[in-house]
Design a protein. Structure first.
Lengths: 31, 394
């Protein structure tokens, strides 16, 4: 029996640039 | 009598459990504040990538898509952030290139996609992601790896560039070859003081340093080959460009010195088992220019031989070298205008760009061939020095 026969759910990903906008950190360098 | 029975270690599934609120602490300790020269030295190569992937596996196991997304976003942004902060440090960039690639390889190796499972052990197959398909995130990570690679090349260039002209052209290691300096030619000195002058040895030492850093960080052998090819391209292009601009570099003896230097670089490739990475080929225009300085340049037969020998140089470059060629010793002669005309006529039908100088900023396209690991995730232990005690092995 194959342990991973269940189809996985595709997680849509933002682009690298879009991801930057979601930055969760406070930028220490910015005023 | 008490018997010392070794306790069987708990069976782990190769996952790391973490609380949602510890996600920032995780990326802070493992990415933002980790010094490649500090605790990272004694770790197994790629350990941060494995740890992050084991955390991701746990979020996947919980079937918590928000936790998976949040972790991936934090990881990617933290890597970008550390590279923004320390992007001029070769070690930091090499370290995160190795770990980003390892993380990407893990996402493939444990994706459940058969094409990436060929080399997995049955235990590794049990560690595949069970709920989510992260194909799109793999693309984002691959884009990130390309950015880091380009940054690594820039970083390497900044270190190497100041050494090239001095080490490849100006510094003479073959004693007594150059003989008398061509009259009327000023000996150009670089802005570096004599004791700071770079030699071919400085270049080779620097290549060794780049190579050992990249190996120690666990960068893939195929990736290291691409970096070395790019390094050799830069060395060849900067050297040739300077030769094409400097009369004092266009003599028979400089040809000899350049050929010797190139042979040392080839020897370095051989030592490192990198002869088939395309690096040597990038030096071809420089090798031909050095040969051009040394061959006879008089008869029609000489012209024919030069045209077939210099197939990696453009007509503009060949003509320029011939024009700049400066006799140093009595047995050498200046190249006649008629000879140069003959060469130009012979090469008239070549289809090529009229550009004289090589573009030293060109970066060859990079690829990250899949490189699965034989390491079993359930055997990975986290050193205390990483300050990740809030993670629980599952």
């Amino acid at each position: 029996l194959r342990p991973f026969s269940r189809p996985r759910v595709l997680l849509k990903a933002p682009t690298l640039a879009e991801m930057e906008e979601m930055n969760l950190f406070e930028d220490e360098e910015s005023p | 009598r008490p018997v010392n029975i070794p306790r069987r270690e708990k069976d782990f599934q190769g996952m790391l459990e973490y609380k949602k609120e510890d996600e920032l602490k995780l990326v802070k300790n493992l990415i933002l504040e980790l010094k490649p020269r500090g605790v990272a030295v004694s770790m197994i190569p790629g350990l941060p990538a494995y740890i992050l992937f084991m955390c991701l596996r746990h979020a996947d196991y919980l079937n918590d898509d928000q936790k998976v997304r949040a972790l991936l976003t934090s990881v990617i942004n933290s890597i970008k952030k550390i590279l923004k902060k320390r992007g001029d440090d070769f070690e930091t960039v090499s370290f995160w290139l190795a770990n980003t690639c390892r993380f990407l390889h893990c996402l493939k190796q444990y994706s459940g996609d058969e094409q990436f499972m060929k080399f997995n052990s049955s235990k590794q197959n049990e560690h595949c992601l069970s709920n989510f398909d992260l194909t799109e995130y793999r693309q984002v990570l691959s884009d990130l790896a390309i950015q880091i690679y380009q940054q690594l090349i820039k970083c390497m260039e900044n270190i190497l560039q100041p050494m090239i002209v001095s080490g490849m052209l100006e510094h003479e290691t073959i004693q007594g070859v150059s003989g008398v300096k061509p009259t009327g030619l000023r000996k150009r000195t670089s802005s570096v003081a004599d004791e700071g002058t770079f030699t071919l040895d400085s270049i080779i030492r620097q290549l060794n340093s780049f190579h050992s850093i990249m190996c120690n960080h666990g960068n893939d052998p195929e990736l290291i080959k691409q970096v070395v090819k790019q390094q050799f391209y830069i060395i060849g292009a900067v050297t040739l460009n300077n030769l094409l601009l400097r009369k004092d570099m266009c003599s028979w003896s400089k040809g000899m010195q350049i050929r010797y230097n190139v042979s040392q670089l080839e020897e370095w490739l051989r030592e490192k088992n990198l002869m088939v990475c395309g690096a040597k080929e990038t030096l071809e225009p420089l090798i031909q220019a050095a040969q051009l300085l040394q061959v006879k340049k008089k008869t029609d037969e000489d012209a024919e031989a030069i045209c077939s020998m210099c197939n990696s140089m453009s007509t503009a470059q060949i003509v320029k070298v011939l024009n700049l060629y400066t006799p140093v010793n009595a047995f050498e002669e200046r190249v006649s205008v008629t000879f140069i005309r003959t060469i130009q006529n012979r090469l008239r039908d070549r289809k090529e760009s009229p550009q004289l100088l090589l573009d030293t900023k060109v970066i060859y396209p990079v690829t990250f061939p899949f490189n699965p690991s034989s390491l079993a995730l359930d055997t990975i232990q986290i050193p205390n020095s990483l300050n990740l005690a809030f993670l629980t092995r599952v």
